[in-house]
Design a protein around this ligand. Structure first.
Ligand code: GLU
Length: 477
């Protein structure tokens, strides 16, 4: 080597070392900037906009981590799985949190956290058609997967190992609902989708079912950009996830987002009747007082409080919604509530919020629909309710009637519908159940009050409910 070349080499090595040193520690950077940038994808299982703003399993988890670090969360969206990893590669985000499976190829290229959930890749088909029993049985079937997904990688591996005939279509975008939509409409025969995503969306596609599993359980992890400048941030993330696992909050969060949705059945009604005796008396006067202040029917306010917290002033959800009326922090602030765990303040905040919304609805909506629609907006936000009313109108229904809007609300969860709306995906089915449950509690409370003024033995409230209500299966998601 000529001295000239040697000098050049030394120079290059020095430059590389310098570059390595100048890359500041990512954790330190996050703490100094006061901001954690997380890239996700817009989907019901990851990140979307809800009543209190941003929501979704990945959002809520990332939010808790940002809080633990004492920094703000900046949640960003990429429109494909490949786009998510491109952002990490370019170091435009600190973490990718998007229901991502741990794979060998990904971990060779990126840093990752310890697992915080498990999932099984499912092959889904439409019932009524032939149910394939395994990979040997899918010849000629049109198979769809998300482009850049772990499932595409699995299929590639299988193709080179033992199934050279295997073929599939990689669908661009990052929303698995698109895949379910394709199978449901018949434009594809089968799709590969994670078990948690399928469980959550299955009720919207009742014709779809699992044919078989594609391989075994996978771990869900956060990914970080490559490089050892991320070591400290990853250690903090792992410690945070371990703590959440330990104190049960992780399981709670998973249950809240991916668990089976509770259906209020007749059992629920009996629990309610029991709670009327055991819990309501302690708060009845307070509820009456606030209802009077805000000119609301106290049975209605009591019914909302029961739906929200089962009359528990200390109730807390993992997403940080709290108190008797389960107010989000921004709503509480807006309503002047300083202590959300104080039942009087919480009831006042909820009552004021409901009145505000009811007032803001178009003037030509009359009672009682006005109250039911206001309650739906109370749960899902005025913007999404407006979307549902527009959809109702487009489908030939009457957007002034709760019964018509009730039918449309769950469509806000279906891609073919929410992509045509202004504010996009929302948990409309949940808002529908929210209102229907409150109406149910409301009638029971009214009846109870009436019967208390009657002579003789109190009777089973179920006997006195209108027949339609008695038999009503409450809307499940
Ligand atoms: N878990 C998948 C992945 O890591 C994404 C979701 C899916 O395709 O069902 O790529």
């Amino acid at each position: 080597m000529t001295p000239h070349r040697l000098l050049l080499l030394i120079g290059l090595v020095a430059l590389a070392l310098l570059a390595g040193c100048s890359r500041s520690d990512a954790l330190q950077q996050v703490l100094t900037d006061g901001e954690l940038v997380v890239v996700s994808r817009n989907s019901p299982t990851t990140f979307y906009l809800d009543k209190g703003g941003a929501a979704g399993f990945e959002h809520d988890l990332a939010q808790l981590f940002a809080e633990a670090l004492g920094v703000n969360l900046q949640m960003e969206t990429a429109y494909s799985l490949n786009g998510i990893f491109r952002r990490l590669q370019r170091r435009e985000a600190h973490i990718a949190a998007a229901g991502l499976s741990l794979t060998g190829a990904r971990s060779a290229e990126f840093n990752h956290s310890t697992p915080y959930a498990n999932l099984v890749p499912r092959v889904v088909y439409r019932t009524g058609k032939r149910k394939p029993s395994g990979l040997d049985d899918i010849e000629g079937l049109h198979l769809v997967v998300l482009a850049g997904s772990s499932h595409e990688q699995t299929l590639r591996d299988l193709q080179s190992a033992a199934w050279p005939e295997l073929s599939w279509e990689a669908v661009r975008g990052a929303d698995t609902m698109e895949l379910l939509e394709r199978v449901d409409s018949g434009s594809a025969d089968i799709a590969v989708i994670d078990s948690n995503e399928f469980r959550m969306q299955q009720s919207l596609y009742s014709r779809l079912d699992v044919a078989f599993n594609l391989g075994s359980e996978q771990d869900m992890v956060w990914y970080f950009p490559p490089g050892d400048d991320y070591d400290a941030l990853i250690d903090r993330a792992d410690a945070f996830l371990a703590e959440l696992q330990e104190d049960g909050r992780l399981a709670q969060l998973r249950e809240q987002h991916f668990g089976h949705n509770t259906v209020l059945s007749r059992v629920g009604s009996h629990v309610f009747a029991r709670n009327i005796r055991s819990k309501l008396p302690a708060y009845a006067d307070l509820i009456r007082q606030v209802a009077e202040e805000y000119k609301l029917d106290w049975h209605l306010l009591a019914a909302i409080a029961y739906q929200e917290s089962h009359w528990d002033p200390e109730a807390t959800s993992p997403t940080g919604v709290r108190g008797m009326m389960m107010l989000t922090r921004p709503t509480a602030r807006e309503m002047g509530v300083k202590d959300r765990l104080d039942p009087l303040q919480s009831l006042r905040g909820g009552a004021r919020y409901l009145k505000n919304i009811r007032r803001r609805l178009p003037a030509d909506i009359s009672e009682p629909d006005r109250t039911w629609l206001a309650l739906a907006a109370y749960n899902i936000g005025l913007a999404h309710l407006e979307d549902a009313r527009v959809l109702t109108d487009q489908r030939g229904g009457d957007p002034h009637l709760w019964s018509d809007v009730l039918e449309t609300l769950p469509l806000l969860q279906k891609r073919e519908h929410y992509r045509t709306t202004r504010y996009g995906y929302a948990r409309g089915g949940e808002a529908a159940s929210f209102v229907q449950n409150i109406r149910h509690y409301y009638s029971i409370l009214q009846w109870k009050d009436m019967s208390a003024n009657q002579p003789g033995q109190p009777l089973d409230p179920m006997h006195f409910l209108p027949a339609a209500l008695r038999g009503e299966r409450f809307l499940a998601l």
